[in-house]
Design a protein around this ligand. Structure first.
Ligand code: NDP
Length: 285
């Protein structure tokens, strides 16, 4: 293996320790950061994600509140629940675990969350602020990737960053955050013709496609930094990324593993956003 491994587990732990210390300071002042997670229905993957978020927020010293609602919950009932949490002064971050059942409008739900408690960074106000470069809650996965790049001293300014994937929660905000840091950004998606001709130009290649081990040696330039956002299961049920790690590790200069790469950073940034919200509320009395 030629590539340096970028460990989201160890960088995430470093940041979580810093968060823990700041949580302790807040608690000494009488403020306990509170994160509320709303879980609708019983999707197994969502249960696992929510459990991890709960565990991580408690480990950071925060209060964690889980609101479980049945799959049959009406849109109005869900909106009412969000409104209650918006008004609850002990709650600083609100997260609605996606996906939601089909009868509920996801956009409406996201827009019901107080933008100041929108620790997922999905509210249009936060997305808009992010695009014009104002301080806002950043979508946790791209925010976590920026931290991975920063903490490994990966140059961004002037680099060509190629993003494969244009979802609202990963691909799109990822490109914007890199653009703000003066990268030259190219977006690729399922309609891109000759994907490899673009990915091969990347100094920083960020892959968020949801396609098991799709990106192989033929897609990567010698010495590129490769960030694999994908979380898929291979034919043996083993967790793996969108990048064929075994091939690409011999070409890239640095690469994130799956698991242990981007995943732990996403939850870390959720904690960071929640801490920020609590600190802001504390300062404003
Ligand atoms: P989406 O399904 O919303 O988006 C996938 C994107 O990839 C789309 O823009 C799609 O293009 C593009 N795409 C799909 N197939 C191809 C292809 N053959 N060639 C080029 N582009 C393609 O996924 P998400 O962004 O939500 O997630 C992506 C992956 O990251 C998933 O595996 C998900 O599980 C994982 N993930 C991991 C997180 C973590 O914390 N580690 C957090 C969030 C997601 P088009 O728009 O044209 O359809």
């Amino acid at each position: 293996m030629n590539a340096k491994l970028i460990s989201g587990t160890s960088i995430g732990n470093e940041i979580r320790e810093e968060i823990k210390e700041r949580v302790l300071k807040l608690k000494e002042g009488g403020c306990v950061p509170g994160l509320a997670v709303i879980l609708v229905g019983d999707n197994q993957a969502s249960h696992t994600y929510v459990r991890n978020k709960e565990k991580s927020s408690v480990a950071a010293g925060m209060k964690s509140e889980l609101v479980r609602l049945p799959v049959s919950v009406s849109e109005d009932e869900l909106l009412e629940q969000i409104n209650k949490l918006n008004l609850d002064q002990t709650i600083h971050g609100i997260l609605v675990q996606l996906p939601l059942p089909n009868h509920i409008d996801e956009n409406l739900v996201i827009q019901a969350i107080d933008p100041d408690k929108d620790v997922d960074g999905f509210h249009p106000i936060n997305v808009g602020k992010m695009i014009i470069g104002q301080r806002s809650y950043l979508s946790c996965t791209p925010y976590g990737i920026i931290k991975l790049l920063e903490r490994t001293n990966t140059p961004i300014s002037g680099q060509h960053a190629v993003i494969v994937g244009r979802s609202n929660i990963v691909g799109k905000p990822m490109g914007q955050l890199l653009l703000q840091r003066d990268a030259t950004v190219t977006y690729c998606h399922s309609k891109t013709k000759d994907l490899a001709s673009f990915t091969k130009q990347a100094d920083i290649l960020i892959v968020a496609m949801g396609q098991t081990k799709f990106i192989g040696a033929e897609h990567v330039k010698e010495g590129a930094v490769v960030i694999d956002v994908g979380m898929n299961r291979d034919e043996n049920g083993k967790l793996c990324g969108d990048v064929d790690f075994d091939e690409v590790k011999n070409i890239a200069s640095a690469i994130t593993p799956v698991p242990g790469g981007v995943g732990p950073m996403t939850i870390t940034m959720l904690l960071k956003n929640t801490l920020h919200s609590a600190e802001t509320a504390f300062k404003s009395g």
